[in-house]
Design a protein around this ligand. Sequence first.
Ligand SMILES: Cc1cc2nc3c(=O)[nH]c(=O)nc-3n(C[C@H](O)[C@H](O)[C@H](O)COP(=O)(O)OP(=O)(O)OC[C@H]3O[C@@H](n4cnc5c(N)ncnc54)[C@H](O)[C@@H]3O)c2cc1C
Length: 462
Amino acid sequence: MFSEQTINQFQTSLRGKLIQPNDSEYDSARKVYNGMFDKRPAMIVRCSDVADVIAAVNFARTNNMLLAIKGGGHNAGGLGMCDNGLVIDLSVMKGVYVDIKKKTARVQAGCTLGDLDHATHVFGMALPTGIMSTTGISGLTLGGGLGHLTRKCGLTIDNLLEADVVLADGSYVKASAKENKDLFWALRGGGGNFGVITSFLFKLHPISTVYAGPMLWHIEDSKEVMYWYREFITKAPDDINGFFAFLIVPPAEPFPENLHLKKMCGVVWCYTGPLKKAEKIFEPIRKFKKPALDFVGPMPIPVLQSLFDPIMPSGMQWYWKADFLNELSDDAIEAHLQHGPKMPTWRSTMHLYPINGAASRVSKKDTAWNYRDATWAEVHAGIDPDPANKEAITRWAKEYWNAIHPFSAGGAYVNFMMEEGEERIKGTYGDNYSRLVQVKTKYDPHNLFRVNQNITPAEVHA
Ligand SMILES: Cc1cc2nc3c(=O)[nH]c(=O)nc-3n(C[C@H](O)[C@H](O)[C@H](O)COP(=O)(O)OP(=O)(O)OC[C@H]3O[C@@H](n4cnc5c(N)ncnc54)[C@H](O)[C@@H]3O)c2cc1C
């Protein structure tokens, strides 16, 4: 569709590589984490710096191309890739600059969570992010960022100090509490709607080794564990994070063979208080009911944050459904008990992530992330490497979600959503939605950035 001269000129304006369908790298470059998606863009620009990002944004805009942005490529709905358009691939922009004195990290947008942990842990510091090291820092941050440190340190966005952004018109701006405050507000939860973030500045925390890991109980004990867990986590100090899960024990070491492929329930803990107090803190937890498997102990934070990587390689089929929950009523637990244990494949799982600690003390109005008063973000993830099981994992996640949704708070965490449409996005942003539309209309009036959970600008609405 473009002349050779146009393509050559574009490539000459870049330091990074322009990858097209006839390139040998094309198939690997267009892959995203969720194997359900097989999109074929017209070109992928593997940006090496901010100038490349600006050139790619300008090229897409002037040629009226659909534009996607790939950070870590982990998005549930495959939103880091598109068909026929141009993809800005940030995966080689991986610089992390730690300021030890200020306890901050400037992080380029192609980093994964593992890249970040690697760079900060050596200085005894950490950023609250997610539970798998292969996830991209960009998409995770722009949607919020939930994980093992949420109750102690808040969401990832609660630790964002500034972001460098290439806007739809190709201009380059900083967003912070002092500059472009409206943009800074919107970036913290509003997804990739407003521009291409080329780097983030984060506040770090002096967290290095935690007392953490999974604790599992037999599936028959699920009711008792869920009743106990809802009381425990809603009253626990911020130092204790624990997400509840239904899961099937992986058929591999280090899990004992007698538990391989057994359906179980569990809590993955992360205690950030003084290590010498940890055993005492966990005494009542262990006493409540002796776990069938107890892998909880001192652990460097990068180990905890990559614990599940080996069982979740890239390219598998994933189907996600999600909600926020204010409470876990007896009836909701009944529905969980009916559907959770029916996991169709051993990697499929349901997680309840608590957000009732530090994250809940940030006002709803301070960032675009609306569900500050919810107690949990819930996700039902049907997962399997075999495309033949796509239907089974999708059906389980949908049926489970249908049963739980009546007990939910309304919207869902955007980073756990696939394509669910405008009404669901509005429900997720609630009272913050109209302000997001205003910011979108100001910074991206023609909706150049629309391969995302899209906030439609006002003009396009009309
Ligand atoms: C295995 C797995 C584990 C996960 N665990 C967690 C977890 O513990 N906690 C959690 O909060 N989430 C988690 N998630 C969800 C994750 O946060 C989202 O999938 C997120 O979108 C991933 O970001 P990414 O950069 O890898 O994605 P991508 O697919 O690259 O991009 C996702 C979206 O963000 C946009 N985007 C990406 N980079 C930029 C940028 N630099 N500028 C502007 N827009 C951009 C894209 O346009 C796209 O819409 C997990 C996902 C997976 C698959």
